[in-house]
Design a protein around this ligand. Structure first.
Ligand code: HEC
Ligand code: HEC
Length: 269
């Protein structure tokens, strides 16, 4: 007893106690803090799924089924992934209103936070393409020329050379791409809406998607400042050439005929 109290009065005793206390706090923090954060993320995630399920039941279940299994009015959403939801709801295609050849774009009725919740719920039904991050879809530093090559081989047959859009069979159409956001362009490639084929990362890596986005942005931003004059809507070399032939040559011929008619008149009088 005497020994202990003697030690307690030792000048270094306070320092030792302090060090022990610090070590204990640090150790406890290290043991519990990351687990606490992971748990917080998990709760946030399950909360988003919960909220998304509520929104889904009200706005989407009538066509896509109570568990996303699909009905005669809408396809199954199991495995379409969060990217498909972000694209379809974010461009105002979903919720669809009436049946037709193709669901048109409308005013977006959900906030981005609600879209994220819907996406979290549908992603929880089955794994699918994940909503891209800004780092993935941002066209900064992309190769525009290569994007143009890729666009002409993979996309131009439907969307035209500069993405002006075009008609497809049975009343369907490939929409113009001039004011689609980079995120939605990326998601369209990931998920292939409607008649469009999908271009998953395995066949078209992230960098190629960035290049294509950069190309689409560049040709459409430049259209307002066309160096060659009148842009004719950027519909491509064949249609623009035809326009040149018919209207360009046509007006030259008209002028020639007019001149000839007037010189003939002048001679007579
Ligand atoms: C009136 C019926 C209807 C409603 C309501 C509706 N959908 Fe759809 N949905 C459809 C149809 C039909 C398609 C297929 C359309 C197509 O292929 O263009 C579709 C397609 C989709 C797709 C694409 C699936 C894929 O394979 O890529 C997603 C995602 C989707 N809907 C999500 C939703 C969400 C989320 C809601 C609620 C906010 C919703 N839909 C509301 C009818 C509906
Ligand atoms: C077989 C024809 C076809 C090809 C090839 C094709 N698309 Fe599409 N694309 C479509 C159709 C049809 C739609 C409309 C889908 C809908 O409304 O549900 C579409 C929609 C889109 C949209 C959404 C536009 C909007 O207004 O929201 C983007 C972006 C897009 N395509 C980009 C591309 C890119 C980039 C490529 C090449 C990598 C490509 N597409 C290849 C047919 C095609």
């Amino acid at each position: 007893m005497k020994k202990l109290s003697a030690r307690r009065r030792h000048p270094l005793a306070a320092v030792v106690v302090l060090l022990l206390a610090l070590a204990a706090t640090g150790g406890l923090y290290a043991a519990f803090a990351p687990a606490g954060k992971a748990q917080a993320d998990e709760t946030a995630q399950s909360l988003a799924i919960e909220e998304g399920k509520k929104l889904y039941t009200v706005g989407c279940a009538s066509c896509h089924g109570t568990g996303g299994q699909g009905t005669t009015d809408g396809p199954s959403l199991v495995g379409v992934g969060s990217a498909a939801v972000d694209f379809q709801v974010g461009t105002g295609r979903m919720p669809a209103q009436q049946p037709g050849a193709q669901v048109p774009e409308k005013k977006v009725i959900y906030s981005q936070a609600e879209i994220d919740q819907l996406a979290a719920y549908i992603a929880s039904l089955g794994a699918g393409p994940i909503t891209p991050t800004e780092k993935q879809y941002s066209p900064d530093g992309a190769d525009i020329a290569r994007g143009g090559d890729l666009f002409r081989t993979n996309c131009a047959q439907c969307h035209n050379f500069t993405g002006a859009g075009g008609a497809l069979t049975h009343g369907k159409y490939a929409p113009p791409l001039n004011d689609v956001s980079p995120k939605h362009i990326y998601e369209a490639m990931q998920t292939g809406p409607q008649n469009m084929p999908s271009f998953p990362d395995t066949t078209m890596p992230e960098q190629e998607k960035k290049d294509i986005i950069a190309y689409i942005r560049t040709v459409n931003d430049d259209r307002t400042a066309t160096p060659g004059g009148f842009a004719l809507g950027g519909v491509g070399p064949v249609s623009e050439g035809l326009f040149g032939w018919i209207f360009g040559l046509g007006s030259l011929i008209a002028v020639a005929v007019w001149v000839a008619a007037h010189t003939a008149k002048a001679k007579k009088s």
